[in-house]
Design a protein around this ligand. Structure first.
Ligand code: HEC
Length: 125
């Protein structure tokens, strides 16, 4: 009996820890697709696209010093996780006229993981 209690506590504690590490690494891999156009480090320069540091829960089109499309600027969207997912599935469908030339991510797990990665990276100074 004691053995089972220990065993299950182990599962309960260990599995979530492991899955977050996996999400981060998988997210980092997915993020390679974004890297050509985006930086993520605090204070890093804008590239073709704006710097994504702390983009989550920020108003769309609000990074200083970046020239957004009119559609993005006037979208009135807040980048919560739900909106971010919808955008990443199909950017041009979610914001008509966006100048982000990216086809979109097909797999739901890729989207979840890349958002997780962006969120974790935004906690760094
Ligand atoms: C080919 C270049 C390119 C790629 C690849 C790309 N983006 Fe973008 N991204 C842009 C551009 C350009 C904009 C600005 C869009 C506008 O103003 O309409 C943008 C805007 C964004 C925004 C809105 C930012 C804000 O400040 O409102 C987010 C979030 C974003 N991209 C996330 C991603 C993620 C995540 C990936 C990878 C899965 C990715 N992008 C891949 C070019 C790219």
């Amino acid at each position: 009996m004691k053995f089972f209690v220990l065993f299950f506590s182990f599962l309960v504690i260990f599995i979530p820890l492991q899955s977050t590490a996996q999400d981060f690494d998988s997210g980092k891999k997915v993020y390679r697709k974004c890297k050509a156009c985006h930086t993520i480090a605090s204070g890093a320069k804008h590239r073709v696209g704006p710097n994504l540091y702390k983009v989550i829960d920020r108003k769309a089109g609000s990074a200083k010093g970046y020239r957004y499309s009119k559609s993005m600027k006037s979208s009135e969207i807040i980048w919560n996780k739900e909106n971010l997912s919808l955008y990443l599935i199909n950017p041009r469908k979610f914001i008509k006229g966006t100048k982000m030339a990216f086809a979109g991510l097909k797999k739901e797990t890729d989207i979840t993981n890349v958002i997780y990665y962006i969120n974790e990276m935004s906690k760094k100074e």
